[in-house]
Ligand binder design. Structure first.
Ligand code: ADP
Ligand code: ZN
Length: 595
């Protein structure tokens, strides 16, 4: 590694971005790219991927071109000449940007993927001096990944058109197979691969049993995140709208976002979410790509995600600033049945359906585990870890019990009712409910009728879910979600295999808030008071500049100022997140406030 290059990179980090030191692989990636090499970078969301191409773009001659994410507001605040080309610009606006590009007057240009691939844009780039090309969300190029986007396949044209320009592909989720496919499809055969730990230690993972999900959500937000920004994911558009309306009726500032809304409303909601403090966005997974809001304090799922990749990417949008954040999910038997049905009924081919089904199984395994959630999550991405102490199962270990008998009762009831009924009816029979459905079919005369009376419906649902997760039962969607025995069931029924089950209970509230891994201790009363004043000042400054509040300073920076109380510009300079440009723009105002 070239030491001069390293020093230059560090100087840019200190001066322009105001950070004291590189994190993880940042320094290596930057030196490699600035020296002209290609790279594939795998780092979790929030770990600082953007600097990996932003700094080399500043160090090298010419403009860095990045596709996907747009972080222009923050870059401009740091004094970097950045711009974006997308479909919302008028002809005049694009024209002005193109002129600056050709004149060499830009350090960084963000281009939307569909625009980048147009002949016009490629010609424009060919006529400009390029420092590097960055491809974010690179996993979208993989057909076996969870988020395939056909237009990404065409990005290999960049290698053909610009073979001499260094390229960097970045992603926050990619298993070994997806990784190999990225290298192949983007023709990055020579690239160095940088893999960081995927852990996000400041995120606390919690999965609660679904009871009255909207009510549970409101309790969670009120108790732990009142007035803070969060994202709530739902599966359907209808549920997004209903949930947003319900939150509003409960006095929580919430907005909706899904692909069925008109573009203008979507854009407005997204912009408000980015700019204003403390809004809750209720959305389908259409929302999130390209959102770079560092102070999202929670991500909640009201429906089960289809894969661990999706779950990890969505929850990764919480706590990018490194401060404590929650990933909270409510999940129930119905979710499993619904998702299985969606897979079965989709247009996908058989091979694709099998992949989807196995991804769903892994997700289900995460929900039902009695082990540390983080160990499971990281293990899924091939990373070994120790129990984390910052997830629900670590903080409040679930009891397990010998569930062989109830599992046998359930399996045998499924068998006796002919493997033609969904979980709810089977549970009715087990509990001895003489419903119309049961009596019409003579199920009240079966030997299994009422053998499970001593357990509540809820307990039985948890047992059924776990039997599905363990592969002891399967859901048949050609028969409306009927439960069926599997090859594994036999050993349990014959008493050759025992079954350990997790005892579910009410999603208990934990009053303890997560403490950041970065070691952010709570502020003293005095510092808290200054922090609040700094926040009020920031809101005002953000309005003046027409940018989101966090673009001025992150919460983490304001907290540090509140704690350190610097009395001079020199003191302020030493605080993480205060670069040269911001010191000049805001330093005096802040010192006044501190005094
Ligand atoms: P990603 O793209 O990986 O999700 P970002 O590039 O948005 O992450 O970075 C996450 C946050 O961490 C940003 O607010 C960024 O300014 C901050 N950050 C990145 N690198 C550093 C560093 N070396 N020191 C301190 N903060 C950093
Ligand atoms: Zn844990």
């Amino acid at each position: 590694m070239d030491p001069a290059l390293n020093n230059q990179a560090l100087a840019v980090l200190n001066e322009v971005f105001g950070y004291p030191a590189f994190r993880g692989h940042q320094a290596e990636v930057i030196a490699h790219l600035a020296g002209g090499g290609d790279a594939l970078v795998l780092m979790p969301t929030g770990s600082g991927k953007s600097l990996c191409y932003q700094i080399p773009a500043l160090l090298r001659d010419g403009v860095g071109v990045e596709q996907a994410c747009d972080q222009v507001a923050g870059l401009l605040e740091a004094g970097i000449k950045a711009s974006v080309l997308n479909s919302t610009l008028s002809w005049d606006e694009s024209d002005a940007i193109e002129k600056r590009l050709l004149a060499g007057d830009l350090d960084l240009l963000y281009v939307a993927p569909e625009r980048l691939l147009t002949p016009r844009c490629l010609d424009l780039l060919a006529a400009s001096r390029l420092a590097l090309l960055a491809i974010d969300e690179a996993h979208c190029v993989s057909q076996w990944g969870h988020d395939f986007r056909p237009e990404y396949l065409q990005l290999s044209v960049l290698q053909e058109r610009f073979p001499a320009v260094p390229r960097i592909a970045l992603t926050a989720t990619a298993d070994a197979q997806t990784r190999a496919e990225i290298l192949q499809r983007l023709e990055l055969g020579e690239a160095r691969v940088f893999v960081s730990s995927f852990d996000r230690p400041n995120i606390r993972y919690r999965i609660v049993e679904k009871d009255d999900a909207r009510r549970q959500l409101v309790d969670f937000v009120r108790a732990e995140h009142a007035g803070e920004a969060g994202i709530v994911y739902c599966l359907s558009r209808k549920k997004v709208e209903e949930t947003a309306a319900f939150l509003q009726s409960q006095g929580i500032a919430a907005m909706a976002y899904h692909a069925g809304m008109d573009g203008e409303t979507r854009r407005r909601h997204q912009e408000r979410f980015q700019r204003e403090d403390g809004l809750v966005m209720v959305a389908t997974i259409a929302f999130g790509m390209g959102i770079d809001k560092p102070d999202v304090r929670f991500v909640a799922h009201l429906d089960l995600p289809k894969s661990i990749e999706g779950y990890y990417q969505e929850t990764g949008r919480a706590g990018r600033d490194g401060l404590p954040a929650d990933a909270w999910m409510a999940y129930g038997l119905q979710d499993v049945v619904q998702l299985r049905r969606m897979i079965q009924e989709s247009e996908a081919g058989e091979a694709q359906k099998r992949i989807q089904a196995s991804k769903l199984d892994a997700m289900l395994g995460l929900c039902e585990t009695a082990e540390c959630r983080r160990v499971r999550l990281l293990g899924y991405f091939g990373e070994a870890a120790a129990p984390c102490g910052n997830c629900d199962t670590c903080l409040d270990p679930p009891a397990t019990f010998d569930g062989t008998l109830p599992a046998q009762q359930l399996l045998s009831c499924v068998y006796r009712t002919g493997q033609r009924f969904g979980a709810l009816h089977v549970i009715d029979v087990l509990r001895g409910e003489a419903t119309d459905k049961a009596t019409q079919r003579n199920h009240h005369q079966l030997s299994t009728f009422g053998i499970g009376r001593e357990r509540s419906e809820r307990e039985w649902r948890a047992i059924a879910r776990q039997c599905i997760a363990l592969g002891l039962l399967e859901v048949d969607h050609d028969a409306y979600g009927a439960l069926r025995l599997t090859a594994e069931s036999r050993a349990v029924l014959k008493g050759e295999r025992s079954v350990a089950l997790r005892a579910w209970r009410e999603g208990k509230r934990s009053a303890r808030r997560a403490r950041a891994a970065a070691g952010v201790a709570d502020l003293s009363v005095q510092a808290q008071e200054l922090f609040e004043r700094l926040r009020a000042w920031r809101l005002e400054a953000a309005r003046r500049h027409g940018v989101p509040a966090y673009v001025i300073f992150h919460d983490a920076t304001l907290r540090e100022i509140a704690r350190a109380r610097p009395s001079s510009l020199d003191g302020l300079r030493g605080i993480s997140g205060v670069g040269a440009r911001k010191l000049e723009a805001y330093g005096a105002e802040i010192i006044d406030l501190v005094r």
